[in-house]
Design a binder for this molecule. Structure first.
Ligand SMILES: Cc1cc2nc3c(=O)[nH]c(=O)nc-3n(C[C@H](O)[C@H](O)[C@H](O)COP(=O)(O)OP(=O)(O)OC[C@H]3O[C@@H](n4cnc5c(N)ncnc54)[C@H](O)[C@@H]3O)c2cc1C
Length: 499
């Protein structure tokens, strides 16, 4: 390349950082424009009373060799810079009547355990375990951007993987809730419904159980902040540039071609290509003013469900949990009385108790977090009535969560050094994500069939990345979407994409 082509990237989350790194690896001149003073987006951590609160990662698909995502994380500098912890359980589900459900990440042990709880559900349990075993051989091939794959590449993907394709065809039609309903055992029904959001497709759940069981999903010690720092380091080492505290308001277009961006201060930054790596809604309906996107994409924004907005609880406690078996989702506990968080009513809560990551707390102490689904409008309306009411509602919820922990760990209330929470308003303010959604489109039976466009035929030199272009979201999708757009730009420039 004589004079490197200039790429302006909007957003320094995982997708923007991935696009930036792959762009540098392919010789482009890149600047990431980020509205915050730091990179990371939702994948971030913060300090509170000597604790380092992990704001995102519970697990990273592709942390170990065996699937293509591993090669991507290697390119991005994540593998060398992080140590990973591997859990033996997806979730530990406690019940008041004493029958606990352990979602072991060992298919033989898991099958035996579920059968012990409910022999009457033997058929359904076998179907579930067979599905996991088959999906543990799945690997999303990613040597090229999807749209650059030829018929032969697709057939290579399918040949030898018929069982996985068949399982996905069958289970993608079904939500976790619909699958859970089939259990005769109420204990198993409730346990399955407590895994993430019950509206997610069973196919998505089985793929992820498959990844977890095959040992390719670790938790990076140090959490989201440390993880993001390794991406930032890789980007800077490769010569990438940042412009922090630069909020982009507009994409500049001449004759149906993106020619740059405009920041809120009115400054214009010209370039050869624009890549968005931030909230899809803002990009399509504000920065592009509703023009250019195709019907498929517009329909996605009209009809697909997003991940529910999030209430994110954190607390620091002056004690250890030496005998507690940690799990990817954490310890799922019943609440004595149901807990209203906005318009959502919770009967159970999953707490992540970081006894496996001592770097997140002062010596001898432990960080605890919990994710609770809620709705954006409730918090928006509450805040409009004033900070006092907004804060007292947060205090009420945090108190109830601490009481729930007290029931399980007597005396813990006395040992709490801080408790705090982020609402959808916090997420919206920090990352700009639509209605505070934290992971884009929920992988429902409907959305997993949808392909959302990452560029439009009426607008050249503009590409979209981030968790809004791949239903299901998450770190692998965000990073892959950044890689994919650089592959497409390389093709347009007539140069070979170098991973
Ligand atoms: C509590 C929690 C737990 C999670 N757990 C996991 C997990 O275990 N595993 C997993 O894979 N994923 C997990 N995720 C999801 C994952 O973190 C996200 O899907 C991923 O980080 C999204 O990255 P992104 O770059 O697409 O978007 P974002 O992180 O939203 O990044 C967008 C960036 O753009 C910036 N921006 C926005 N608007 C503008 C503008 N106008 N101008 C300039 N900059 C702008 C934002 O500040 C932000 O930095 C979790 C998320 C949360 C919140």
């Amino acid at each position: 390349m004589d004079k490197p082509k200039k790429l302006n990237i909007i957003g320094g989350g995982v997708a923007g950082l991935s696009a930036g790194i792959y762009a540098r690896l392919n010789g482009f001149d890149t600047t990431i424009f980020e509205s915050n003073p730091t990179a990371g987006g939702v994948c971030t951590s913060w300090n509170n009373e000597g604790y380092y609160v992990n704001g995102s990662i519970h697990w990273l698909v592709g942390s170990a060799p065996g699937i293509d995502f591993y090669d991507m994380w290697n390119d991005l500098g994540v593998i060398n810079d992080n140590k990973f912890h591997y859990h033996t359980c997806l979730m530990e589900c406690k019940n008041i009547d004493g029958v606990d459900v352990h979602f072991y990440l060992d298919s033989v042990k898991l099958k035996r355990h579920l059968l012990e709880i409910s022999p009457l559900d033997a058929g359904l349990i076998s179907e579930f375990i067979d599905g996991i075993r088959i999906m543990s051989k799945a690997n999303l091939r990613m040597e090229r951007a999807f749209e650059l794959l030829h018929a032969w590449d697709w057939s290579k993907t399918f040949i030898g993987h018929f069982p996985e394709v068949e399982i996905l065809g069958k289970f993608n039609q079904l939500s976790i809730r619909e699958f859970a309903k089939k259990f005769k055992s109420e204990i198993l029904r409730k346990a399955f419904e407590s895994i993430w959001s019950p509206d997610m497709s069973m196919g998505f759940f089985l793929i992820h159980m498959g990844y977890a069981i095959s040992g390719v999903t670790g938790y990076p010690l140090g959490g989201s902040g440390k993880f993001t720092a390794s991406l930032v380091k890789r980007y800077i080492d490769l010569g990438g540039k940042f412009r922090f505290k630069q909020k982009v308001s507009k994409i500049l277009i001449t004759k149906n071609q993106a020619i740059g961006i405009q920041t809120e201060d009115g400054n214009k930054h010209h370039c050869d290509y624009v890549i968005s790596a931030c909230d899809g809604h803002t990009v399509l309906f504000k920065m592009l003013e509703g023009n250019y996107s195709d019907e498929i994409t517009k329909n996605a924004y009209r009809y697909l469900k997003t991940y529910p907005s999030l209430y994110y609880f954190s607390a620091g406690v002056n004690r250890q949990f030496k005998t507690l078996n940690p799990a990817i989702i954490g310890l799922n506990l019943p609440l004595l009385n149901s807990l209203k968080v906005g318009d959502f009513e919770h009967k159970r809560v999953s707490f992540q108790i970081y006894n496996f990551d001592p770097t997140l707390s002062p010596t001898g102490k432990t960080l605890i977090t919990a994710m609770l689904d809620t709705n954006y409008d409730f918090w928006k309306n509450l805040l409009a009535t004033g900070f006092d009411k907004y804060n007292s509602e947060k205090n009420r919820i945090n108190e109830e969560l601490l009481q729930c922990l007290e029931m399980e760990f007597h005396g813990i209330s006395e040992l709490v050094e801080f408790s705090d929470s982020s609402t959808p308003i916090t997420f919206e303010k920090w990352t700009g994500n639509h209605k505070g959604s934290y992971e884009g489109w929920l992988p429902t039976p409907q959305s997993t069939k949808s392909k959302i466009s990452n560029h439009f035929k009426d607008l050249s030199n503009f590409y979209m990345s981030g968790h809004w272009v791949i239903p299901g979201g998450g770190l692998p999708s965000a990073a892959f979407s950044g890689r994919e757009v650089i592959d497409l730009i390389c093709m347009k420039e007539g140069q070979e994409f170098l991973p």
